[in-house]
Design a protein around this ligand. Sequence first.
Ligand SMILES: Nc1ncnc2c1ncn2[C@@H]1O[C@H](COP(=O)(O)OP(=O)(O)O)[C@@H](O)[C@H]1O
Ligand SMILES: [Mg+2]
Length: 475
Amino acid sequence: MKTRILLVEADLQVRNMVLQSITLEYHATAVRSAEEAVDLLEKEAFDIVVLDINLPGMSGLDLLQHCPRLRPGIITIVITAHATIETAVEAMKRGATEFLMKPLSTEDLMSALSVAAERVSRQALSSAGSGMAPVDIVAESHVMRTLLTQATSIAPFNTTVLITGETGTGKELVARAIHQHSPRHQRPLVALNCAAIPEQLLEDELFGHVKGAFTGAHTARIGRFEQADGGTLFLDEIGDMSLPLQAKLLRVLQEREFEKLGSSRTTKVDVRIVAATSADLEKRVSDGSFRADLYYRLNVVHLRLPALRLRREDIQPLAKQLLVRFCTSAGLPPKTIYPDAWEALTSYYWPGNVRQLQNAMERAAALSGARLDIQLYDLPEEVRGGAEFGISTPLADVNLPVPAIPTAIPDEGLSYEAIVATVERELLLKSLKKTGGNKVRAAKLLHMKRTTFAEKLKRLQPDVEDDLLEEYQAN
Ligand SMILES: Nc1ncnc2c1ncn2[C@@H]1O[C@H](COP(=O)(O)OP(=O)(O)O)[C@@H](O)[C@H]1O
Ligand SMILES: [Mg+2]
């Protein structure tokens, strides 16, 4: 069966041009407005919508938003005469899979359509397959629930996703969830940690090479891009990629094609990119170590994973889940956590986030042996230290932000900066909470200049400031 395309274009000339070039290969229908398109989408099944942004009445951007509701899984290709970064980003955010510029070239159009049509046929093949079990992500806090809702809603589209957050916050887990909730889930999810591979090898790893490309290249090698064709490529620690490779990556993102090492032939791929980093990319852009254009290209949808200490409601359910998981896999009986151990777990500042909590639970489960409860002394020293200081001193009663400070410095040392930042953040937020969000009064309470206060707040939490405040007030 031919792929069904709906063209929404007000300009008669463009309409005719498109229809002429596609009717042989596709089953095409054209309308002049978004309203007509909505009517038709309600009645008839289409696989792909090609739409102009500039339409009389309802705009193309608004139509984009209706498409997935009217026809889940539909592919949308946007045409525009005025391609600003803002329109492009907005269109991508609203689910556009592809973006074409006017004057429209038949070649670009046909190539975009053939990539899309191939995906349609793959979707048709895989829709009969079984649904995969969803990844088990604990999300009790408001921030995490919001973030997961966002992740699920953008999952079905081809938009590039950037996930940032401290190490161990669950970036890779979220990337996997996005892949699993996408129409690409039966195709591979290929992961590559850019920081783990030496720069000279990374290019080969990404793009592969042909036989004889360099001394020692006795066989050809398929790169990760090609392995991920039709699926998702997860580029972890993208902030550590070298500038020359950043330029190459940008080109693949823009043109969906590349040359293998030692080859002049271009290879075309259909890959969705999910990138992650624990680095501050905005800062790297401003100091010149990360390309601004690549940053904008990756930043279409940005999911910021908050540190575990900023979403303490997640600690208990996470600890429970991790404990059950570990006991089951180690053949241990199910265990419960003793109250003083709970206190330690929930008041510690977790610089290593969920990964550190996971290690702590694993260790506690093993140390407690045949005992059915986890006691305070089963927890690692640094976790225990925080609780002892924060909870057993009278200071805790006046609600001063001390639980983040450990009493003893553990053998492996600790991050001075992380602790100071946590204390600073808690002070700022508590002061804000006390004044109902009034920054001037909050600054006064801390004997600080208003500008210093604002600056610190901004530096600690550039964007999620409001979310955090909300969280704090909800607690
Ligand atoms: N919300 C969560 N629910 C359940 N497990 C989680 C969650 N967040 C992280 N984890 C677990 O913690 C560990 C670290 O997560 P990971 O995604 O590798 O972090 P990152 O990539 O940010 O360093 C993984 O084993 C992961 O399964
Ligand atoms: Mg990781």
